[in-house]
Design a protein around this ligand. Structure first.
Ligand code: AMP
Length: 463
């Protein structure tokens, strides 16, 4: 069995791994670390949760520790680019844990935080800079740093960066980088454009893959529940009440929809928060920290939280709206069943979302088992949690008004200064005039009573 010391890492890092309880390398670490230490470029096909942060972080830090003197002012030795602020923060946190007690300086720059403070910190130089592309460009244009001495470049979640329209920013950043450098690129999927990018950015890369693209984690128990758009909130409530106190991540396609749903859940007594592109960075970080710490049971999020985010507590992922980019389904459900735990993922499929469901099943390579509701064009499923039909009696204690579905608003990229508009594969959502288009169906809209994100009312008791 391979150990971390077999891989050639320095005693400083081995001590840190021991402290963190990393006993043995994960497959991607065992494959990638020796290659990166040997100076090779690398294309890693791996989803988050496979340990890829350490797979690129440890060998880079190892090489930087070997240098033995601090970086010059305003220079950066290794640049790591990631699509979302949350992912940048998470990568920087991990690297800081690995380098605790060493002189290695890890900095992060993200949108939504003080540009001035970031420029000040960079004036002293950084061994490793973790950044979202937009903020990095701002700082480069202000000459707050130079990438002339950057010998290492990591593109993490490259496929998401492309989906979010960052391709132009990446090209711009590449112009600031020296030609002679080591480049590592990680992607969870391998669309054709990633192949092309790899050709441009990498030189004779070693390829490592730990999960074929589109394969969802085996430990995730996946299912689809057919439900009209207007009944989704009630259905979500039913699921949440069945698993009291278990952390649930709910994905919504739009910022507005996520916020509205969060407020509704809070008004029903759930301890819920939301993160999406309309929230300030501070707010996003606070909410994520509260969810990580188990202070919130439910996090409603847009696809900003679909990738990279590592919250081992998440037991349930609800796809309240099906993603319009089918690969995002794989990323979303990958937020559960982490660190060896098992997890459940339920996709809520409204009549207008049948195409999205088909696209997801194509990507995952298998039909999702039906857990409730009636497939729109197939046999009647055994309804495990069938939504109430209009006119059907409400259970005792149910609230008066039922919530209305959120009408998808054509998913804008949620990240840091995206350019070039639409996510790949985006298309207009919803079919006006049909049931399931999110329009009220003869009921008054529910009025959420509590508005603030991250509010914690007393926990709702299961009925
Ligand atoms: P990542 O895919 O980099 O987001 O890592 C997923 C999770 O696995 C993180 O919580 C890491 O701290 C953890 N992890 C990574 N490598 C190891 C390892 N070799 N042993 C134990 N845990 C690990």
């Amino acid at each position: 069995m391979t150990t971390f010391s077999d891989l050639g890492l320095t005693p400083n890092l081995l001590k840190a791994l021991d402290r963190l309880g990393f006993d043995k390398p994960t497959p991607i670490q065992a494959q990638a670390i020796p290659q990166v230490l040997a100076g090779r470029d690398l294309m890693g096909l791996a989803q988050t949760g496979t340990g890829k942060t350490a797979a690129f972080g440890l060998p880079l830090l190892n090489r930087i520790l070997d240098i033995g003197h601090p970086p010059a002012p305003r220079t950066v030795r290794a640049l790591i680019l990631a699509p979302t602020r949350e992912l940048v923060a998470q990568i920087a946190d991990h690297l800081m844990l690995f380098t605790k007690g060493t002189p290695v300086k890890v900095q992060k720059v993200i949108g939504g935080a003080s540009l001035h403070k970031q420029a000040e910190a960079l004036a002293r130089g950084a061994d490793v800079l973790v950044a979202t592309p937009g903020r990095l460009i701002d700082l480069l244009e202000r000459r707050a740093l130079t990438l002339d001495a950057t010998g290492y470049l990591v593109l993490d979640e490259a496929d998401q960066m492309l989906d979010m329209g960052f391709i132009h920013l990446l090209r711009q950043i590449a112009r600031y980088l020296p030609h002679k450098r080591q480049t590592l690129m990680f992607s969870a999927t391998m669309p054709k454009l990633i192949d092309e990018i790899a050709e441009t950015y990498l030189r004779d890369p070693v390829k490592v893959a730990v999960n074929p693209p589109g394969k969802t984690a085996d430990r995730i128990d996946q299912a689809v529940h057919f439900v009209n758009q207007g009944d989704k909130a009630k259905l979500l409530e039913d699921y949440l009440l069945k698993h009291p106190g278990e952390a649930a991540l709910v994905f919504n396609r739009t910022k507005h929809g996520a916020e509205k749903l969060m407020k509704l859940l809070v008004s029903w007594g759930f301890s819920a928060g939301s993160i999406h592109g309309n929230k300030s960075q501070n707010n996003r970080e606070r909410t994520l920290a509260a969810f990580r710490a188990g202070e919130l049971d439910v996090l409603v999020a847009t696809d900003v939280a679909a990738r990279g985010i590592d919250i081992p507590l998440v037991r349930h992922v609800y796809n309240y709206d099906l993603p319009n980019v089918p690969d995002n389904y794989v990323h979303r459900i990958g937020r559960t069943a982490r660190a060896g735990a098992s997890g459940k993922a339920v996709a809520f499929c409204a009549p207008a979302e049948q195409d999205e469901l088909k696209a997801i099943e194509k990507v995952t390579g298998q039909p999702l088992p039906v857990i409730g509701g009636t497939p729109y064009d197939g046999p009647v499923a055994k309804p495990a949690h069938a939504p109430r039909r209009p006119g059907q009696q409400k259970p005792q204690g149910a609230r008066k008004a039922r919530p209305q579905g959120d009408r998808p608003q054509g998913g804008k990229p949620q990240g840091d200064r995206p350019q070039g508009g639409k996510p790949q594969g985006a298309k207009p959502q919803g079919k006006p005039g049909q049931r399931g288009d999110g329009k009220p169906q003869g009921q008054r809209p529910a009025q959420p009573k509590v508005a603030a994100s991250g509010n914690r009312p007393p926990r709702r008791q299961p009925r």
